[in-house]
Write a new protein. Structure first.
Length: 572
């Protein structure tokens, strides 16, 4: 008895000492350690902001969806109603879930069995499905709210909007370039969990709410964008072109009203795209061809070298003082053309005769002032600055270059750069930076418009007005007759140039125009790469301009022209 008493006292002493150590000396530290092991945290994603058109119509939005997951350790606790059709445990849970998820019980059951505390059963299910599952109160089945990115208009402006990856991160287009602001700020939830992962009733629970991202309003008009895409697709199909673009600019504000590229991607199903820029109208470059003659005419008029009535005898071929020979697209005899007639007939030889009197640096300076060789600054990713070599290298690179730039060769531009030249002429010689963002709406509903775009005076208002009138002759009495819009005065320029597009040599045919001339509102470009039915912009591109520009004028409520054209003579 004495021995047993001693043993018991020793054991009790050890237990007492251990108890004092655990609850007294180390009590707080051990409790904190145990609590830390019971804690679990997970991130709550903030909803991504919307992308809307200029009228507030959603182009990209995040909708309420739910992810269904399972804690496989808890599924076995399920007790059925006692009917043989629905057994206990994982088999019973599978029987209840399968018809709601549209899957077979065997498929669902395979996901429920195991020892994992977390496994997805289904992702992005609709709220009605989530509510049905929640009502069943199945053990181990977890329902988490998430946001799915959807694009309600399919491929409409898909080349501009881009898309996100499976984690909701912007991968292309505006979704990529504006990702930092569109993306919401994540929140966090933390709670104490039991052995099987369940929250402990009355245990610690805390969290910070997720913040929704800002929403962006674009300058794009959905109906006009649809019309531009539809007209472009029809033109590509009917001409057999490899592709093309249509750009519509507001000449006064620089707002991009439509930006269409053939083969636009549906952001809901982007396929194998690897990220970058989908908008070839800002990333692909080509020689502008005869549309570039507008810059030469503006420079020569602005420098006082010619007037719209200056007379020229224009041959089919013309040889410069350094021995370089140029020719027109059509063989002809000696033409008696005014400066206006040279532009209207799109004469290469006449343009060289006019532009050769401009110093090389002056030629380069005007190309630069009109925006060639530099990015426009539009908010889309992947914009190219184009190709404009230094004027000092023109002779060493190619003796023809200093003359070729006068009629849109030896220089490469994007469709947007080419369009802004005509918008500048229509805006009294003031270049307005093109932009596609109208404003932002914060999560609290506060709307902030974008600051006014930067402007640059390129040529004098008088020069711009004169060139605009000269371009009107292109439509009324020149190569762009198919661009005429009933009731409106139209000015523009056709273009045809040899180009390397997507690694293949071919022809780029184009028409870029302005309407209405008496009160300019829009500049529209139509670019078709390698059309098979005709190489001339006046034949394949001008009719597309007529359709898109006519629709745009109606959408914007622009009244028909209230004055008659007072054109300059084209011949003498």
């Amino acid at each position: 008895m004495a021995f047993l008493t001693v043993v018991v006292l020793l054991v009790l002493s050890v237990f007492t000492g251990r108890l004092v150590w655990v609850q007294g000396i180390r009590g707080d530290a051990i409790a904190a350690e145990a609590r830390e092991k019971r804690m679990t945290s997970f991130e709550v994603l903030g909803a991504r902001g919307e992308i809307t058109d200029a009228e507030g119509r959603p182009l990209a939005m995040s909708v309420e969806r739910y992810d269904i997951s399972v804690n496989q350790r808890q599924v076995g606790e399920y007790k059925s109603t006692g009917t043989p059709e629905v057994p206990d445990g994982a088999a019973g849970v599978a029987q209840r879930l399968a018809p709601i998820l549209g899957k077979s019980p065997a498929e669902v059951g395979g996901m429920l069995v195991g020892d994992r505390q977390f496994r997805y059963i289904a992702k992005n299910v609709e709220p009605t499905v989530a509510r049905e599952i929640r009502a069943l109160k199945l053990p181990g089945i977890q329902i988490d709210k998430v946001a799915e990115r959807v694009y309600p208009n399919g491929d409409l402006a898909g080349n501009v909007i881009g898309f996100v990856n499976s984690s909701g991160v912007g991968l292309e287009g505006l979704e990529r370039s504006l990702d930092d602001r569109l993306a919401g700020s994540p929140g966090e939830e933390t709670y104490e969990r039991g052995r099987k992962g369940q929250p402990i009733p009355g245990g610690y629970s805390a969290g910070s709410p997720a913040q929704q991202g800002d929403s962006v309003q674009l300058t794009i008009l959905s109906d006009l964008q649809f019309k531009a895409q539809e007209a472009l697709s029809a033109a590509v199909a009917s001409t057999g072109a490899d592709g093309g673009t249509v750009v519509v600019l507001d000449t006064r504000t620089g707002e991009v009203l439509a930006l269409a590229d053939s083969g636009s991607v549906d952001p809901n199903d982007p396929g194998d795209s690897t990220g970058g820029s989908l908008a070839s109208s800002v990333s692909d470059v080509f020689e502008p061809g005869s549309t570039g003659k507008v810059i030469t005419m503006a420079a020569a008029l602005d420098a006082g070298l010619v007037t719209p009535l200056t007379q020229f005898e224009v041959p089919y071929t013309y040889t410069t003082e350094n021995g370089e020979t140029f020719k027109d697209s059509h063989e002809h005899g000696l033409l008696r053309l005014t400066t206006t007639g040279v532009l209207a007939e799109s004469s290469n030889t006449g343009t060289v005769m006019i532009g050769q009197n401009l110093p090389q640096q002056t030629r380069h300076d005007y190309l630069t002032k009109f925006g060639f060789g530099a990015r426009t600054g539009i908010e889309l990713p992947g914009e190219s600055p184009g190709i404009l070599r230094s004027w000092e290298t023109w002779d060493s690179w190619d003796r023809r270059s200093k003359f070729a730039v006068l009629f849109g060769q030896a220089v490469s531009v994007t469709a947007l750069q080419a369009t802004q030249v005509f918008a500048t002429i229509a805006n009294g010689g003031v270049r307005v930076q093109p932009h596609i963002i109208k404003g932002w709406t914060a999560a609290d509903g506060t709307y902030t418009p974008e600051p006014a775009a930067a402007t640059t005076q390129v040529v004098s208002p008088q020069t711009a007005a004169t060139v605009l009138t000269m371009m009107e002759s292109v439509v009324d009495d020149g190569t762009g007759g198919s661009a005429a819009i009933p009731g409106y005065r139209v000015a523009g320029k056709t273009g045809t140039a040899q180009n390397w597009v997507k690694g293949h040599q071919g022809i780029t045919a184009s028409f870029i125009g302005v309407a209405p001339v008496d009160s300019p509102r829009i500049a529209v470009s139509v670019i078709l790469h390698n059309p098979r039915t005709s190489i001339y912009g006046g034949t394949v591109a001008a009719p597309v301009f007529r359709d898109v520009a006519g629709f745009a004028l109606g959408e914007l409520g622009v009244p028909p022209s209230g004055s008659q054209a007072q054109l300059f003579p084209t011949t003498w």
